[in-house]
Design a protein around this ligand. Structure first.
Ligand SMILES: *Cc1c(COP(=O)(O)O)cnc(C)c1O
Length: 384
C-alpha cells in the first residue's frame, strides 16, 4: 500500500468507527457565550476558568506589550529571543511556586514531550496514571524507557509498580493535579508517601494552576507537596498560552543545554510574555474570582442534585457527565445545542472505551442564570 492508499483507508476507518473529529468555526467566544454560524450558545466548553482571555486589563497589557516590544521574539531563547521579560516571568513563576527555576515552553504539549524525550533513557522507567494526558503518552511510547500505567489515582497500584521496578535505573512517576477529562484531584500527598527515594515525581497541573489554593498556586501547593518536576500551562486559567517547567538549578541547566524543544524553537513572543506577567500578577490577587468560580460550581452541583443525573461530584470546574455510548453522547450534545448550550462530547480514544461523556466546564464568567439554563436543558435532553 502506498501513502495515498494508506491515508484514504485510515480516513475511511476513522469514519466507520465514528471517531471522526470535526473542527467548528467559532465566530465569537467571550467565555460566557459562543457564536457559531450566527447562533449564540451558552459556552460550557471553555478552560478559561477565570475569564482571563477576555479580561480588559489583560487585553490592555497585550496591546501595551506589543507597543513596547513588537510582536515577535525573532529567534529562539538561545539566540536573541530571550528578553528581560522572559527572564522576569521565569523568575516570578519560580518564586510563586517555591522552586529554584522555571523554564518557559511554547506549549504544555511541547513541555511534556521535552521532559520525556530528554530525561527518559533505555534502562529507565515511567510509571504513569492511567488517565494521564496524551502529550505524555505519545512521548513515553516513543522513548526507550519502559512505560507502566497505574490505576487511576490508586496509590496501592502505584506502590506495586514501584516495588516491581525496583532495579530499573531511574523512575519517573507522572500524574496530573486536576485531571482534565474527569475533573478529579490526584492524591498527591499519598503518592509522595509511597515514593522511596530514587523515584522522581512529575505533576502536570495544567488545570489546577490559577484556580486552586492560596494565590492560585495550584494542586501541589494546596497538598503541600513539592514534586521534583512540575508543569504548568498558560492556556487555561491564565487565559493565554504557553507553559513552564518548574525544577531545581541542575535540571534547568540540563534542559537549557540539551532540550531540543527549547533550543530549536522560536521563543514565546515578548508581548505575550508581557501579558503573561500581567495575568500572573492578577491570578495572585484573584481570590474573589476563585470564590465566584467555586460558587458557580457548587450552584451547578446543587441544582443538579434535583435531577436524575449522576455526576462524579468533585468540586471542580470540570464536571463530566458520563454517558457511555458514543452515539448517545453525540446525540445528547446535539440536543443541548438545539437548546442553546454548547457542551463538548468527549469520545474514545481521548477517554477509555465505554466512557464517552459530555465534558461540562463551569467558569467564573458564568452567571447563575446561565447555569440554570444548562440545568433545564440537561433535564430535557436526558429524558430521551
Ligand atoms: C491542556 C493540557 C496540556 C497541553 O497544554 P497546551 O499548552 O495546551 O499544549 C497538557 N497537559 C494537560 C493535563 C492539559 O490539560
Amino acid at each position: 500500500m502506498n501513502w495515498k492508499e494508506q491515508i484514504k483507508n485510515k480516513l475511511k476507518e476513522q469514519k466507520n468507527l465514528q471517531l471522526w473529529r470535526n473542527r467548528t468555526i467559532v465566530e465569537n467566544n467571550n467565555t460566557r457565550f459562543l457564536t457559531i454560524k450566527g447562533k449564540r450558545y451558552y459556552n460550557f466548553s471553555s478552560n478559561d476558568y477565570l475569564g482571563f482571555s477576555q479580561n480588559k486589563k489583560i487585553i490592555h497589557a497585550w496591546k501595551k506589550g506589543s507597543l513596547i516590544t513588537g510582536v515577535g521574539a525573532s529567534a529562539s531563547t538561545h539566540m536573541i529571543g530571550y528578553s528581560y521579560l522572559h527572564a522576569e516571568l521565569e523568575k516570578k513563576i519560580a518564586k510563586w511556586l517555591g522552586y529554584s527555576r522555571a523554564l518557559l515552553f511554547n506549549s504544555g504539549y511541547s513541555a511534556n514531550q521535552a521532559v520525556i524525550q530528554l530525561l527518559m533513557k533505555k534502562s529507565d522507567c515511567i510509571l504513569a496514571d492511567k488517565r494521564i494526558h496524551a502529550s505524555f503518552l505519545e512521548a513515553a511510547k516513543n522513548s526507550q524507557a519502559k512505560l507502566y500505567r497505574f490505576l487511576h489515582n490508586d496509590v496501592n497500584s502505584l506502590e506495586k509498580l514501584i516495588q516491581k521496578n525496583n532495579n530499573t535505573n531511574n523512575t519517573l512517576i507522572i500524574t496530573e493535579g486536576l485531571f482534565s477529562m474527569d475533573g478529579d484531584y490526584s492524591p498527591l500527598k499519598d503518592i509522595v508517601k509511597k515514593i522511596k527515594n530514587k523515584e522522581w515525581l512529575l505533576v502536570d497541573d495544567a488545570h489546577g494552576i490559577g484556580i486552586i489554593g492560596k494565590q492560585g498556586r495550584g494542586s501541589c501547593f494546596l497538598q503541600k507537596v513539592k514534586p521534583e518536576l512540575q508543569i504548568i500551562t498558560f492556556g487555561k486559567a491564565f487565559g493565554l498560552s504557553g507553559a513552564a517547567l518548574l525544577c531545581d538549578n541542575d535540571v534547568a541547566d540540563y534542559f537549557l543545554q540539551f532540550s531540543r524543544h527549547l533550543i530549536y524553537s522560536t521563543a514565546i513572543s515578548p508581548a505575550h510574555v508581557y501579558t503573561l506577567l500581567k495575568s500572573l500578577s492578577m491570578i495572585k490577587k484573584s481570590g474573589s474570582l476563585r470564590k465566584k468560580l467555586y460558587n458557580n460550581i457548587h450552584f451547578f452541583k446543587n441544582m443538579l442534585k434535583k435531577l436524575p443525573i449522576k455526576l462524579y461530584g468533585y468540586d471542580s470546574p470540570i464536571q463530566p457527565l458520563i454517558i457511555g455510548k458514543k452515539d448517545k453522547t453525540i446525540q445528547l450534545a446535539s440536543i443541548l445545542r438545539s437548546l442553546d448550550c454548547w457542551v463538548t462530547p468527549i469520545l474514545p480514544p481521548t477517554v477509555p472505551e465505554k466512557t464517552s461523556r459530555l465534558r461540562i466546564t463551569i467558569t467564573a464568567a458564568h452567571k447563575k442564570k446561565d447555569i440554570l439554563h444548562l440545568i433545564k436543558a440537561l433535564h430535557y435532553a436526558t429524558k430521551f
